[in-house]
Each structure stands twice: as C-alpha cells, then as structure tokens.
Design a protein around this ligand. Structure first.
Ligand code: SF4
Length: 478
C-alpha cells in the first residue's frame, strides 16, 4: 500500500454527527429495513442464485489469474472494433487522458453517466477546473451534484435525500419560475426537461462499465434510467472510464453477472436497460459516436492481484453489503469519507488510498457477517476487515491507547488462569457496584459505550463460570 497525501478520514466524528439528525436517522432506518427485503424476495424467486454465484466466482478467479491473456485480448478486440484504448496508472493520469481528449475536440459540455471510477478520480471536478460544463445525468448523481455532496451509496447516491430536500434543490438551481413540484413524478419530469438539453448539446459523453468482454471487446453497462445510452450515443465522442478488473472472458459471463447484479442491488430481475457498446458508429449506421475511447484505470488494483486482498477485485459494485450493514445503516454513507462506503468501502478505501488515511474504517464492523452472506461475489468481507485490523496493529496505526488495550487483552488471553481470575474479579466488582440501579450511566475507560447508552450491570458470573455451573448441574441431574 502506498501512503498518499489524503487528509485523515475522521469516521468516528462524522458518524457521531450523522447520528444527531433524527430525520436522517429514521430515513436510514427505513431504508435498512426495506432494501434487504427486495433482495431477499428476488433471490428466493430466482432459485439459481447460489449456483450462479459460485459459477461467477470461478469465472472471475480464472479471469484475474489469467489477466495476461484476457487483458491483451480485450484490448485487441476493442481496437479492432475501432476504439482507442488507454491505460492509466493513477486517477490523475486518467483525468489527464480525458481532459486531453476533450481538448482535442474543443469540448465545453460533457454529459456524464454514473461511474464510481470517475468518482474515485474526481473527474468532474478536474474537468470543471478547465471550465468545462459537466452534468451528471443519472438522477441520483445529478441531485448530489446540485447539493455539492458526495454520493451516499454506490447504487443510490441520493437515497438519503427526501422529496422535500430534492424539491428545494430544484427550486434553487433551475430557473423555471414558480411551480408546485409537489410529487416525485413532477421532480422527475423537470429533471428530464433540464437534462434533455445537456444530452443534445454535449460534445463528449462519459460512462462507466459493469463488464468488459474479452472475446469481442465490448463493454456492458446497466442502468435504470437509460441515461447511459443517451451519453453514449448522442455526443460525437464517447469515453468509457473503467478498470481492468471488470474483464470477463465471454458475453454469457457478463449476462450471468447482470443477473446477480440486478437482484443483489435493487431486487430487480433485470435492470431497465442493459447495453453493450462495441465502438464508433459504422458507415451503415446513422447514429452513435464517431470516436470512442476506453480508459482502463489501475490505481493500486494490480498491487492486490497476488495478495491477501485479491478477492476485493471480484466486487461487482451491487451495494448489497451496504444495504445489510448495521454500521452503514446507523452512520450513513457520507460518514465514511470515501466514495466507497459500507463494508466493501471499509476494505477498498484503505487499499486504494492508504490505511493511515482510513484507519478507522476496518473497525467499522460488528462482525455480524451479513455482508459476506449476501455478497453475490462471495467476498469474505469480515475476514478482510480483520486482516486490515491485524495490519494496522502490526504497523502501529491508530490510537495508542486502543493498541495498548488490545495488547494487554492478548497477553491476558494467553494466560487463561490469570484471565479467568481477572475477569471474575471485574464481574464481581461491577455486580457489587451496580447492584442498586442495575445499570451504569458512566464507566471509566468505556465512555465510548456509556456516552450513547447505559451499560447493564452484570447479574451473574462470567460466561465461563456460568457455563461450568451449567455443566455441573447437568452432570448432577444425570
Ligand atoms: S462487496 Fe459484494 S455485496 Fe458489496 S458491493 Fe461488492 S459485490 Fe456487492
């Protein structure tokens, strides 16, 4: 991992502040209850989810282990289709390539589709610094752009916004005179009206890719709004910003991925639009881009290929782990301080930026295991988070008090007799001290717990003492 100059991400403080807004907390709570049900229904109805999940895992493993074959094959086929293929080591390099293409075409207006890769490289800001007008055309991304915020979720970037908040943003930013805008339908209609102009005027369209197909050099994109197709087909120049880990050998592998992705992300059988892009328009075709570019970003991903975190490259960005994570539900996506929030982001952000920058994220986990259970790519997220915590401790990153406490605990755990004596003594003391009220409002060294809730006073002995007593009781009864 490479240390970078990113400011240190204070997840704990951001999460604390996110918990102070009751309306936002209840909106997140509602989403945390509803979204898992959509996935659950879609998976149960499908019936082949597990088999397809295992199949795709094998295909992705095979592809990444044989990247020296599939990457040049994809490049060759894409060039044969008329695309120009670029490789970018870093985010800055990718932004510079895009900027260069835009300048070559004298582009002033860019229609941009949803792409986490471009969020990662902060492409829109880089283009805007050069006085280019960049309009996010995914409705969620557009709302976030108007609000000047970062996406709160990798699939639903503006899902934390209420209709009233979106209405206010539209009234503030769209100079369309007085109007009601009192329903979701009227908001969508207005966004459509505003965006149509941008689609028609943009000289360059930028989109991402959900899969790259090595056998024919195509890229696959799924959307629910069709904005990706308008970005790809109306401007004369198209740029696909993506990463090498999207490569799959065959078209049927991309279709398999799509079946898992839609169900895991939104509980749909199919997204509304699934598009395959081959390259620039051919002579016989009356529409489509005249010039197409595909940029493959690395940004430390190749460092992961042979290491303990290689499975993170299997992620298909469905967001299911976010939807099932109690920490994400409580803190919200923006508290993570990274474009990739939730369990997948808590692994990915430290790997793509640095563990020093995102030192708190590997601890943002209750080890409930729901993320691994629902992940369509079977990524062992809790295990990877544990591995990051181990690395953190080995490299001396994070609070020294916390590390000292963990070292003391590890030492005690290696001396079972002493451990039993010390925990027995602590439990008896807490029981004696808290016997009147039954709870502690404050405890030394545990303010992180008692700051938000009371700590129940222990009523009986330690777990081991209770277990031993139960065993003795059983033996006695036999
Ligand atoms: S880690 Fe798994 S569940 Fe989370 S976004 Fe990636 S594929 Fe989806």
């Amino acid at each position: 991992m490479i240390a970078t100059e990113h400011p240190v991400n204070d997840f704990i403080r951001a999460a604390e502040s996110a918990l102070t807004d009751p309306a936002a907390v209840s909106q997140r709570d509602m989403l945390a209850r509803a979204t898992p049900l959509l996935r659950q229904h879609a998976v149960a109805e499908f019936g082949e989810f597990e088999a397809l999940r295992q199949h795709l895992k094998r295909v992705r493993r095979h592809t990444l282990e044989n990247l020296d074959h599939y990457l040049p094959r994809f490049e060759l086929e894409a060039i044969r289709n008329g695309n120009q293929v670029h490789f970018a080591d870093s985010g800055d390099e990718m932004n510079a390539i895009v900027l260069d293409i835009c300048r070559q075409h004298g582009a002033r207006r860019i229609a941009k589709g949803k792409s986490m890769v471009t969020e990662e490289t902060e492409l829109a800001a880089a283009l805007q610094r050069e006085r280019m007008e960049v309009v996010e055309t995914d409705l969620g991304e557009y709302i976030i752009q108007l609000a000047g915020e970062k996406p709160a979720h990798i699939v639903g970037p503006a899902r934390h916004k209420t209709i009233a908040q979106i209405r206010q943003l539209f009234l503030d930013h769209h100079k369309l005179g007085s109007r009601e805008l009192d329903s979701a339908e009227s908001l969508v209609a207005e966004a459509r009206q505003i965006m149509r102009k941008h689609f028609l005027e943009a000289e360059v369209g930028i989109i991402g890719a959900n899969a790259l197909i090595a056998e024919n050099g195509y890229s696959m994109l799924v959307t629910n709004e069709g904005n990706g197709d308008l970005c790809a087909n109306l401007p004369r120049t198209l740029i696909v910003c993506t990463t090498f880990d999207r490569i799959l050998p065959r078209g049927e592998d991309a279709a398999a991925l799509q079946r898992l992705l839609a169900r895991s992300a939104t509980g749909q059988r199919q997204t509304c639009y699934t598009s395959y892009y081959s390259g620039p328009r051919r002579e016989v075709e009356g529409s489509g881009p005249v010039e197409t570019h595909i940029i493959l970003l690395d940004n430390h991903r190749s460092d992961l290929l042979d290491g303990p975190f290689h499975e993170m490259l299997d992620c298909i960005r469905c967001g299911a782990c976010l939807n099932h994570c109690p920490i994400f539900a409580a803190a919200g996506g923006q508290a993570y301080g990274s474009v990739y929030p939730g369990p997948m982001g808590s692994v990915l952000a430290p790997l793509l930026e640095s563990l020093e920058t995102h030192a708190a994220l590997p601890d943002a986990c209750t080890s409930c295991g729901r993320c691994e259970e629902v992940c369509p790519a079977s990524i062992p997220l809790p295990g990877l988070l544990r591995e990051l915590r181990r690395e953190k401790s080995q490299r001396g990153i994070g609070s020294s008090r916390w590390r000292l406490g963990l070292r003391l605990h590890a030492w005690l755990a290696c001396h079972p007799a002493l451990y039993r004596w010390a925990t027995g003594l602590a439990i008896r003391s807490l029981n004696w001290l808290g016997r009147r009220r039954g709870v502690f409002h404050r405890l030394p060294f545990a303010s992180g717990w008692t700051g938000q809730r009371d700590f129940p006073s222990p009523q009986r002995g330690t777990f081991m003492q209770q277990y031993a007593a139960r065993e003795r009781h059983r033996e006695h009864e036999q």
